[in-house]
Design a protein. Structure first.
Length: 344
């Protein structure tokens, strides 16, 4: 099994300096690189200090100057916010600058907060349709002289400029949840990213079952599948309990952003009260402890062994959590030193 790191600049207070957040992201990437992780992934988000990443290619090029071996992945670009020609060209330019280290994860997006601001009137269905039109065009544009007449995009014969360094272009990953998304990705020969969020082992098993069904109907080589999951490796049981409380708070805020009902000022959502978070029983700390990849090193190893047995090719350590930088570093260090060696 391969391991990777999923991280953003993450600002939860106006007191946090954004330059410091960038340096923290660089330090986490260097830890992942030195520790032998395969890749680092960072996504695309707009107007949200909760996850700061307006252009993942810019973030990845920045990280390329501070790392040596890490693959650099978009986890994910939001397809409807990009014209296919622009996306193909910027991905290829990033591949050129990083000497062939780019991988392109692509999704429809999740936050109506962003849809409202960048493409008013677009809903999740249309976003998904745009993603399914865009993704297959990327390898064609990298190959060159691709003309297209589609439902959302039309253009005369166009070639990505520049061309990517990698033969055939960067690997493409599709963020998939429902069976149709798995089939779409696999049928196009793309790899699959899955994110079960807080929904536990049953969802992890269900997502793999959907992937296996899609692969069984596909005549080509089996693509890869990556599991992205919130992860914390604790020093002891008390430390793990603290992490469960912190991740509970993270998911309460995640839900608030997703529902898009609270005021947002200067990129920060209105503070949730302790009573509001306590009332969110779905995100209770005990559920986080049960359903996320958190525990002592031995407990995390046992959980990931179960994912490996299911057939996952890559496990991505999702470090965004609202924790202090020191706690993120300590957890990642224990993961690299105490967990990863059990899989080599």
């Amino acid at each position: 099994m391969d391991f990777s790191l999923f991280a953003h600049m993450e600002r939860i207070s106006p007191d946090q300096d954004q330059r410091s957040l960038r340096h923290e992201l660089i330090e986490l990437a260097k830890m992942a690189d030195d520790g032998g992780m395969r890749a680092i992934w960072t996504g695309e988000h707009h107007g949200m200090d909760f996850t700061i990443a307006p252009n993942p290619f810019m973030s990845l090029v920045d990280l390329s100057h501070h790392t040596k071996n890490l693959r650099l992945g978009t986890g994910t670009v939001v397809a409807p916010f990009w014209h296919p020609v622009k996306l193909a060209g910027e991905a290829a330019a990033a591949d050129l600058i990083t000497d062939g280290r780019i991988e392109v994860g692509i999704a429809r997006g999740a936050y109506s907060y962003e849809y409202e601001r960048l493409m008013p009137g677009m809903d999740a269905w249309e976003a998904g349709c745009r993603m399914r039109e865009t993704a297959p065009l990327l390898p064609k544009l990298w190959s060159g002289d691709c003309a297209h007449e589609g439902a959302y995009y039309q253009f005369a014969a166009t070639t990505s400029a520049p061309k990517p360094v990698q033969d055939g272009g960067p690997p493409v990953w599709i963020a998939a949840r429902d069976a149709n998304s798995h089939s779409f990705g696999v049928d196009n020969g793309f790899n699959i990213q899955v994110t079960p969020l807080w929904q536990g082992m049953a969802e992890i098993e269900d997502l793999m079952a959907k992937f296996n069904t899609a692969c069984a109907a596909y005549a080509g080589p089996r693509p890869k599948i990556m599991l992205l999951h919130h992860t914390y490796v604790g020093a002891d049981a008390q430390d793990v309990d603290t992490a469960a409380q912190e991740l509970s708070q993270f998911y309460c805020y995640f839900g608030a952003w997703f529902q898009n009902k609270r005021p947002v000022t200067q990129g920060l959502i209105e503070t949730l009260s302790p009573a509001e978070m306590a009332a969110n029983k779905m995100m209770a700390p005990k559920n986080m402890a049960r359903d996320l990849t958190i525990g002592t090193a031995s407990e995390v190893i046992d959980r990931i062994k179960r994912y490996e047995d299911l057939g996952y090719d890559e496990f991505s350590f999702w470090v965004d959590s609202g924790m202090t930088f020191a706690r993120k570093k300590d957890s990642l260090s224990r993961f690299i030193d105490d967990v990863m060696p059990a899989f080599t």
